[in-house]
Design a protein around this ligand. Structure first.
Ligand SMILES: Cc1ncc(COP(=O)(O)O)c(C=O)c1O
Length: 390
């Protein structure tokens, strides 16, 4: 099928397969059980192309989606309501990780009266009190973090029913960050390790990035296994499954001028790629009239540069009323004109899962690219989708 409409997210199946092969290799070499964090990417049409033994969910709805993915189902949230807890037990989750001793007591009480209450392995999320991130927004160990239980809070608590621990403190980070985190965990929580049977080492491992030190990750995990042979361990990356595996395709609607050209696109940073504004970051962009849908620019593509790097500066911005609906300032080999197709790279992760319909702006359509020029339509959105949410 030809590729007719923008804005659109295009997920590149060969790129998914490349990431899946890497994750499988790492899982097999290290003994880690690899999960998919649904929060980063949850397009069911792409599930068959991913490698994971199961999923981790952040809510009941994601846990239900995990059932569609198949395999093991895990869940964690900063807090679950009583209704959430009952629903998770009804779903028969394999593992649930709780964020406080109060939640553990509540879980125990509900599980005691629930027919499937004993089926789910229960763990606690720890705060290793070891930061690897520089941005507080993405650092679960930042001061006053609500994520994970600090060591001191374990004093005098009853661990009955707890079979595992969970730690997530990385964001787009390397194996060196994980190795240091693991050392901090063992230093602070080492006395608990003999009594647990599983450890979930969270997400944020950028395993499929070209310069990621996979040997170090495998070596670190194998050494952990040698020290603690009774502990099964999990990794639950989100991004790594879909890194550099999808694009966001927009069309230039107009070019206005205010101390430089500003291209107004049919895609919105605020509505369709909110992390660009929240994080913030400046996505990579290219132009290519002969684009075949690949996640990365081909030989004929014109990559945008940073301002000053190329002769024609242009700010890329969205159509909404938000003054800050801006993707970033770029420079191109030629001026942008209405009708140009602008392609943002690395847009499969934390995009589709975060879109909104502010201003009633249409949600991007979703596509899978099976091979060069071979697009398959997943779905489009219309007024009914906007209307039905409100
Ligand atoms: C508990 C937990 N697990 C897994 C992930 C997935 O992380 P990433 O997509 O960075 O690999 C996150 C991300 O915030 C998380 O909070």
């Amino acid at each position: 099928m030809t590729f007719p409409e923008t804005p659109a997210f295009v997920v590149d199946v060969p790129a998914l397969r490349r990431n899946a092969a890497i994750l499988r290799e790492v899982a097999e070499a290290s003994g880690a059980r690899m999960l998919l964090a649904l929060k980063a990417f949850s397009m069911p049409a792409a599930f068959p192309f991913l490698y994971a033994r199961g999923t981790c969910a952040s809510s009941v709805h994601e846990a239900m989606l995990g059932a569609e993915f198949g395999g093991e189902r895990h869940a964690f949230a900063a807090a679950f309501s009583e209704a959430d807890m009952r629903a998770l037990m009804d779903l028969g989750l394999d593992h649930v990780t709780l964020n406080s001793f109060a939640q553990l007591r509540q879980w125990r009480r509900l599980a005691a009266g629930h027919p499937r209450g004993g089926r789910t392995a229960v763990g606690l999320r720890i705060n290793p009190e070891h930061s690897e991130g520089q941005t507080p927004l993405y650092d679960p160990c930042a001061p006053h973090s609500r994520l994970g239980i600090r060591r001191a809070a374990f004093a005098g608590e009853d661990l009955t029913g707890v079979t595992g621990l969970h730690c997530h403190n990385l964001c787009e980070q390397g194996a060196d960050c994980f190795a240091r985190t693991l050392a901090a965990i063992e230093a602070r929580f080492g006395d608990l390790l003999p009594r647990i049977r599983w450890f979930n080492f969270g997400g944020g491992h950028h395993i499929t990035r070209a310069d990621y030190d996979r040997e170090l990750l495998v070596g670190t995990l194998r050494a952990f296994r040698a020290r603690h042979p009774h502990i099964d361990f999990f990794l639950e990356p989100g991004e790594a499954h879909v890194l550099n595996a999808g694009t966001f395709v927009c069309t230039v609607l107009d070019v206005v001028e205010n101390e430089g050209p500003i291209a107004i696109l049919d895609g919105s940073a605020a509505c369709h790629t909110p992390d660009v504004i929240e994080m913030p970051y400046r996505p990579r962009v290219f132009l290519d009239p002969a684009w075949d849908g690949a996640a990365e620019p081909g030989p004929g593509a014109l990559r945008a540069g940073a301002p000053g790097e190329k002769p024609f500066p242009c700010r890329l911005a969205g159509p909404s009323c938000l003054a800050g609906d801006v993707f970033g300032d770029y420079a191109f080999d030629r001026p942008l004109v209405p009708g140009d197709r602008v392609i943002f790279e690395d847009m499969a992760l934390y995009t589709m899962v975060k879109t909104n319909t502010f201003n009633g702006i249409r949600l991007p359509s979703l596509w899978l690219r099976k091979g060069p020029g071979d697009f398959s339509h997943v779905r489009s959105f219309d007024y009914a989708d906007f209307r039905s949410r409100l």
